[in-house]
Design a protein around this ligand. Structure first.
Ligand code: AHR
Length: 496
């Protein structure tokens, strides 16, 4: 099999926004309690923050942390989570049928973001609550002082405002599972009014309005149109969520779902631009893909879970090697849309459909950790439009799927082109990259992730990225072999 990627430095998609390497942390299962916060554990510091988790989060170079949900936020009273811990109420979390103690709250979260070098992306509750709770929360977080809520923040230990820049107007409001689910008209109106008061408190914030939860929603497309009709001038980003699974145990159809992902993102871009045209607007709405991942392994177990536990084992997918390939192809796909996808949150980060897992002894890294870590570390710069040649295959749901999925990122600051390439086929592929006008000087690093049984998981921590020592640079052409079912990265020093 042959595969070729031609890269032209003048043919750029866009600069990649650092915020595409973000993640969701929700009060759900063992994400917060046990995961982030585990007082008394030998690995925790004086705040109760697991330091092994902090290190793993730093290794992933995460930018924003979307918080506190997810579905959880639609039943959450943020006031419960501030003030002396002994006074905080224990509540029923109806979204996940769990017990929420509120021992980890807003101030703890802000402290944790500082430790991990991340930034908050805060969601407000537009399910069970609305405008009033949102305006009070933003006053608490962002107003300097001299008012009831800002002074309460000071009293609770944070003299300086948190200055949270990015805010989500609710979560998955189109879904009937959501507490306080609304139709598009109802939500659009509420989002507009909430955005208005939030900006009155702090005009400098960025706002994300909720789009479709999945492409399969009956309201997909029309939801976005109606919601944007109400909020186009108020918001900066429209959210979209996408999870994939391999329920039918069909590897090639599973990996081909990146085609659906690509069409989903492209479709939403078209809807945003149709509203823009209809409104004769100069403003462009960009996308916040603020939940994406593989999610399906834990569904059955979660259906049988006992309700009303504290920090129950929920959504604990153990990811295998084919899931890592799926996350790799999803990463390449979202970078292909770098011109419009400006925020993307891997959902989630710790213990719940997560790359990082904890037990009492420490952290273990899932298979999906590895491609995410590489793209997040080296996928910085400008995404170059990929011109690709590859054989294709047909799967159950998709036609003409290229075996090769590849993309190059030009990091001008470091004088480096980084190529990410996945071989979805079961045969080795002769692969070459032509760098055209960029003068290739040397290959700084070449790695491959392959050779595991597609169903192998990583509890025993044996998975690792390996070097690829069979790479040749001839003028501006890099050639190598992509192993069957492999994830690959090549870093090439270049000059203009
Ligand atoms: O990430 C898990 C859940 O998936 C989130 O709470 C919700 O927003 C989505 O349905």
């Amino acid at each position: 099999m042959q595969g070729k990627l031609t890269v032209d430095p003048s043919n750029q998609i866009s600069k990649i926004d650092d915020r595409v390497y973000s993640a969701l942390i929700e009060h759900l299962g063992r994400a917060v309690y046990d995961g982030l916060y585990n007082p008394g554990n030998a690995k925790s510091d004086e705040n109760g923050f697991r330091q092994d988790v902090v290190k793993a989060v730093k290794d992933l170079n995460i930018d924003l942390i979307r918080y506190p949900g997810g579905n959880f936020v639609s039943g959450f009273n943020w006031e419960d989570s501030v003030g002396p811990k002994e006074d905080r109420p224990t509540r029923l979390d109806l979204a996940w049928r769990s017990i929420e103690t509120n021992q980890f709250g807003l101030h703890e979260f802000m402290k944790w973001t500082k430790q991990t070098g991340t930034r908050p992306d805060m969601a407000v509750n537009l399910g069970s609550r609305g405008i009033d709770a949102a305006r009070n929360l933003i006053e608490y977080c962002n107003f300097p002082g001299g008012t009831y809520w800002s002074d309460l923040r000071k009293k609770n230990g944070a003299d300086k405002p948190f200055n949270i820049k990015t805010w989500c107007l609710g979560n998955e409001m189109d879904g009937d599972w959501q507490i306080g689910h609304k139709n598009a008209e109802e939500y659009g109106r509420l989002a507009h009014e909430t955005a208005k008061v939030m900006r009155l408190v702090d005009p400098d914030i960025d706002l994300v309005v909720s789009g479709s939860s999945t492409r399969e929603m009956a309201t997909f497309g029309s939801w976005e149109e109606t919601v944007l009709d109400h909020t186009y001038d108020d918001v900066d980003y429209l959210s979209l969520h996408r999870y994939y699974g391999n329920e039918e145990n069909d590897l090639h159809n599973f990996l081909a779902k990146s085609v659906d992902f690509d069409e989903f993102i492209g479709g939403i871009v078209s809807v945003c631009d149709a509203v823009k045209a209809r409104k004769h607007s100069d403003k462009t709405i960009n996308l916040a893909l603020d939940e994406w991942n593989v999610w399906y392994h834990s569904h059955k177990q979660d259906d049988e879970a006992t309700p009303w536990q504290q920090a129950p084992h929920l959504l604990e997918d153990h990811y295998n090697f084919e899931d890592a390939l799926m996350v790799g192809t999803m990463l390449i796909t979202l970078l292909k849309h770098a011109d419009r996808v400006k925020i993307a949150c891997l959902a989630q980060l710790v213990n719940v459909i997560a790359p990082i897992m904890t037990d009492d002894n420490g952290v273990w890294l899932q298979s999906i950790f590895f491609p995410f870590m590489q793209v997040s570390k080296y996928g910085r710069g400008v995404a170059l439009a990929p011109k690709q040649e590859s054989a294709t295959y047909d799967s159950k749901d998709f036609k003409d799927v290229p075996y090769l999925d590849s993309l190059a990122v030009y990091n001008q600051e470091d004088g480096e082109v980084v190529v990410f390439a996945e071989n979805k086929g079961e045969d080795a592929m002769d692969f070459s990259t032509d760098l055209r006008d960029l003068k290739a000087k040397e290959v700084v690093e070449a790695t491959q992730f392959y050779g595991y049984d597609i169903k192998q998981t990583n509890e025993d921590q044996t998975m690792a990225i390996q070097p690829n020592n069979d790479v040749h640079l001839d003028g501006n052409v890099l050639s190598t072999t992509l192993q069957p079912l492999s994830w690959n990265m090549f870093r090439i020093k270049v000059s203009d």
